[in-house]
Design a protein around this ligand. Structure first.
Ligand code: SF4
Length: 219
């Protein structure tokens, strides 16, 4: 059974790479920058996240200034991303709690085991499983598979994650470490463009041949 699923996973990865092309890991952000960016991305699209991030750095001159500003001021700077008050509170609290001797960093998490780093990130108020996993995988090189709504939907429909299983844990155990980054991004792209929530485009899907949900939809 495990062998079948491993074969299916390899096949899906290959098909998605053929369709969307290889993706190089972007290594130019620190873990703290990635955490703030991921908080800003909650419940919004990439464009509005980028505008909110730009608004933050246009308004404030560094982490200290953000940490010392009011939630209202921070919220005003990031309002294009929505949920600004909640996100401003999260960002301010994160910065206040990571400050040590005037420095703002999460680099101490590099020394932790993957799961321990993931759990440590989830201790911040407003940081859930997905946000913590994105920071762990993208910025700390920890093999923890981030699961958003697209990843959840596509992997369930394909039968890569089965009823009753937990997506984070199953995919973290199943996907080879060095392939997690690209596969995560490919699944999101596939979920946005083809395997949509309401009307999946199964007839145009490169994965139809081995997708049990797609087979049901088209027959
Ligand atoms: Fe999604 Fe349909 Fe493709 Fe399956 S065949 S992955 S359900 S779009």
């Amino acid at each position: 059974m495990k062998k079948d699923r491993t074969h299916l996973l390899s096949w899906v990865k290959e098909k998605l790479e053929l369709q969307y092309g290889p993706i190089e890991k972007n290594q130019d952000r620190t873990p703290l920058m990635t955490l703030i960016q991921t908080v800003l991305s909650q419940n919004t699209n990439d464009d509005n996240r980028d505008k909110a991030e730009k608004g933050l750095w246009n308004r404030f001159n560094g982490y200290r200034e953000i940490a010392n500003s009011s939630v209202e001021e921070i919220a005003d700077a990031i309002k294009t991303g929505g949920l600004q008050k909640q996100k401003a509170q999260t960002i301010k609290k994160i910065l206040q709690s990571v400050e040590k001797d005037g420095k703002y960093t999460l680099s101490h998490l590099n020394d932790l085991e993957p799961e321990a780093a993931w759990k440590k990130l989830m201790e911040f108020d407003g940081v859930g499983k997905k946000t913590a996993a994105v920071v762990a995988l993208f910025a700390l090189d920890k093999p923890i598979f981030p699961v958003d709504t697209h990843v959840r939907r596509v992997t369930s429909r394909l039968g890569l994650v089965r009823k009753g299983e937990k997506h984070h844990e199953t995919l973290t155990g199943l996907v080879p470490n060095e392939e997690m980054y690209q596969f995560h991004l490919h699944l999101i792209q596939h979920g946005r463009e083809t395997c949509k929530a309401r009307k999946p485009q199964c007839n145009q899907c490169a994965l139809l041949e081995r997708c049990p949900t797609g087979q049901e939809v088209v027959t």
